[in-house]
Design a protein around this ligand. Structure first.
Ligand code: ZN
Length: 138
């Protein structure tokens, strides 16, 4: 069995951002040489997500508005922020949007359903953070 590991690094300009990382992940699947297997992509920070959905502007605005309703950014609102942090909302947003995705690799390609794309979701950005890509298979 082949195994392959690589990290993707991010430093977003805004606090919250969704980045389509599908092209990078496809490139790494190619580089891994795995034709049949599994590709795991996970955020390595507890205030960022990796999730799969459509790459559509309106939908991303809807996600942002929905998340802001559920867990608005507010310094005073969260017990977590009593520790001096200001990212209580980002921990909650990450939990809702998920930590990781696993995609099947078939014939050397990511085996997606229609419109599926992989996103890195940042909820406490403007600093260096990363996602892990682990690929296993034959
Ligand atoms: Zn925190």
């Amino acid at each position: 069995m082949k195994t392959f590991r690589q990290e993707l690094w991010f430093n977003t300009k805004s606090r919250q951002e969704f980045i389509n990382i599908t092209p990078q992940v496809e490139e790494l699947v190619k580089k891994s040489g795995v034709k049949e297997g599994l590709c795991l992509v996970n955020a390595m920070h507890i205030t960022a997500s990796v999730f799969i959905n459509d790459d559509e502007g309106g939908l991303h605005q809807d996600f942002s508005a929905w998340l802001e309703k559920l867990a608005p950014y507010a310094k005073e609102k969260y017990q977590h922020n009593l520790s001096g942090e200001d990212n209580g909302d980002a921990h909650l947003k990450r939990t809702i949007m998920g930590r990781e995705v696993v995609v099947a690799i078939t014939g050397g390609k990511l085996d997606f359903g229609p419109w599926e794309q992989i996103f890195y979701g940042e909820f406490d950005g403007c600093r260096r953070k990363r996602a892990l890509i682990k690929i296993i298979g034959e």
